[in-house]
Design a protein around this ligand. Structure first.
Ligand code: FAD
Length: 516
């Protein structure tokens, strides 16, 4: 017999199967010897009280033996000779579009400007160590897209999420830990993601799909409002009437190209700010209300939202036990984001802290039409590069100093490898963003006492939070509103935010493409 329960236990009990069994037996009056197995279905931490609790949803096997059912991947047929779908971009959207195409009997041809996960590492080293940004291979571009060298958080704020569990199960099938199916806030970690991405690639190729790395799409062949093919950087063309465009939010050349070709695109509001780094120990102390985090608790995340002068200011992509990464995609700009290893065992935590922007904030850039928000973003990244000293060093300021408008005389160590230049954030951001950040951080401290400290450092800018452009599509067919056969997909097109929602959108676009 099986019984499903929810139970609240101490972190130690949650980590110890025998203790848990005892608690379950006592609370539910089931004789201990009759409990054959406890399967954890969901786990979350309740840190609201001083005595932290773990909420568990469990399936108790009473006098019944538990037989573990390994996660099965779908049956992927051989599609070597099937009809082709061109997929531009091998981020989560592109890769999951490719897998779904195969599942539905179509042959994906994936075109990716960057390198495979392994070759990509050399270019990441070059940014970190030598300040050299390769425009095709960096933290945003390359196999697995922007998600490969990330924290690999697998949850989404979006209400229109779709089948999150299906994507999680696929990730487990390709090598992720099955704990991501259980945790309320699952994550994978930078050290594990590349192998998972590589096994997705292996499967695509094994089934007859094709992936071309170092293959940048530079033009679209469009006739009578229908896609006819794509042009690659070497001038060669691939003719096709189905293109899934999953190039991510950093592919500015694609946005420029669409605009030049008069293919409809729209400016899209996004959010922008700084990435702040604290010691993980301080965040643990604030969140867990204790001096030292116990052995059974993970490094604590945080999530915070405030309204400041009528604008939202919130934490974004928080990485406990993580590192700040240089995420520029072109020389002459600096961009920050964060990653963590699977154990989240670095001594620092970091989070984007961003201010909500609206379309009328981009008025000064109106001459760029639908690219106004993108130019606003680019301008701040270039300004930060100049203030930082025209390398990959970023402008930085101690947090309290920033709120008080003081330049920091000395900056502490940072996890951001290229290094810091002490600067006044008012020289990087327009006044309304700077002021919102100054007030907002004070408001944050009211919710998280001790957060506003000079031991924390802000790094600028955190600017690639979501796409500054939307590529409009028909809500039913998912085709571009004007160009038939073109499927704007994933985060770059404005239909996803994060790994999971991009993967879901990739699958949806493949389904729509196949239906056509
Ligand atoms: P992308 O991942 O951006 O992929 C687009 C791909 O298209 C890229 O590989 C690019 O090289 C390729 N491309 C672009 N232009 C062309 C062209 N012209 N021709 C051919 N190929 C092209 N999200 C989370 O959910 N959790 C996290 O923990 C998280 N952490 C992150 C940490 C970092 C450092 C970064 C940079 C991002 C992080 N994100 C995280 C965001 C997440 O990675 C993105 O939301 C997600 O990858 C978007 O997927 P996508 O497939 O739509 O686009």
């Amino acid at each position: 017999m099986q019984h499903e329960f929810t139970i609240q236990v101490s972190p130690e009990t949650a980590a110890n199967p025998n203790q848990l069994k005892y608690q379950v037996s006592k609370k539910n009056k089931i004789p201990l010897e009759e409990i054959k197995h406890i399967q954890i279905l969901k786990r979350s931490i309740d840190a609201r009280q001083r005595a932290i609790k773990i909420n568990l949803k469990i399936n108790v096997f009473v006098n019944e033996v538990y037989a573990e059912a390994p996660i099965q991947l779908p049956i992927y047929p051989d599609v070597s000779n099937a009809s082709e779908i061109i997929i531009v971009g091998a981020g989560p959207a592109g890769l999951f579009a490719a897998l779904r195409s195969i599942e539905l009997g179509f042959k994906p041809i994936v075109l990716e400007r960057g390198k495979d996960v392994r070759a990509r590492r050399r270019d990441l080293k070059a940014i970190n160590r030598d300040h050299i940004v390769n425009e095709d291979s960096n933290y945003c571009f390359g196999e697995g897209g922007a998600g490969t060298y990330s924290d690999g958080k697998l949850y989404t704020r979006s209400k229109k999420r779709g089948d999150v569990h299906r994507i999680l199960k696929l990730l487990v099938g390709f090598g992720a830990t099955d704990q991501i199916l259980v945790e309320a806030h699952p994550h994978i970690g930078t050290n594990k993601l590349p192998d998972i991405i590589a096994s997705i690639r292996k499967k695509i190729i094994e089934c007859g799909g094709v992936i071309h790395f170092e293959t940048r799409v530079t033009d679209f062949e469009i006739k009578n409002n229908e896609i006819n093919g794509v042009t690659l950087q070497d001038g060669s063309k691939i003719l096709t009437n189905k293109v899934i465009l999953a190039t991510g939010h950093s592919a500015r050349d694609i946005f420029e190209l669409l605009y030049k070709k008069k293919v409809a695109i729209e400016a899209k509001p996004f959010a922008l700010g700084v990435r702040v780094e604290h010691s993980q120990q301080l965040i643990d102390q604030i969140q867990y209300k204790c001096e030292v985090r116990g052995p059974y608790l993970p490094p604590s995340p945080y999530s915070i939202v405030k309204q400041v002068g009528g604008r939202g200011m919130y934490s974004f992509c928080m990485c406990p036990g993580g590192v700040i990464a240089p995420c520029a995609t072109k020389p002459g700009e600096v961009v920050t984001n964060g990653w963590s290893p699977s154990k989240r065992d670095q001594p620092t935590s970091n989070s984007g802290i961003v201010v909500e922007l609206r379309l009328d904030d981009f008025k000064e850039y109106a001459k760029y039409g639908p690219l106004a928000a993108m130019y606003f973003q680019k301008n701040i990244e270039q300004q930060a590069w100049r203030v930082g000293g025209e390398t990959q060093k970023v402008p930085a300021q101690r947090l309290l100093d920033m709120t008080q408008g003081k330049v920091s005389t000395h900056l502490p160590d940072t996890s951001y490898k290229p290094g810091l230049t002490s600067a006044d954030m008012s020289t990087v951001f327009p006044e309304f963003i700077h002021k919102t950040l100054q007030y907002g951080f004070k408001a944050f401290d009211k919710s998280m006492r001790g957060y506003l400290t000079n031991e924390a450092v802000v790094h600028a800018p955190e600017s690639r939070t979501s796409s500054p452009v939307r590529i409009p599509r028909d809500w039913k067919t998912l085709e571009h509103t004007q160009v038939k056969g073109l499927y704007p997909c994933g985060e770059g097109a404005g239909y996803a935010g994060g790994i999971i929602s991009a993967a879901i959108d990739g699958e949806k676009c493949a389904e729509a493409c196949v239906k056509k």
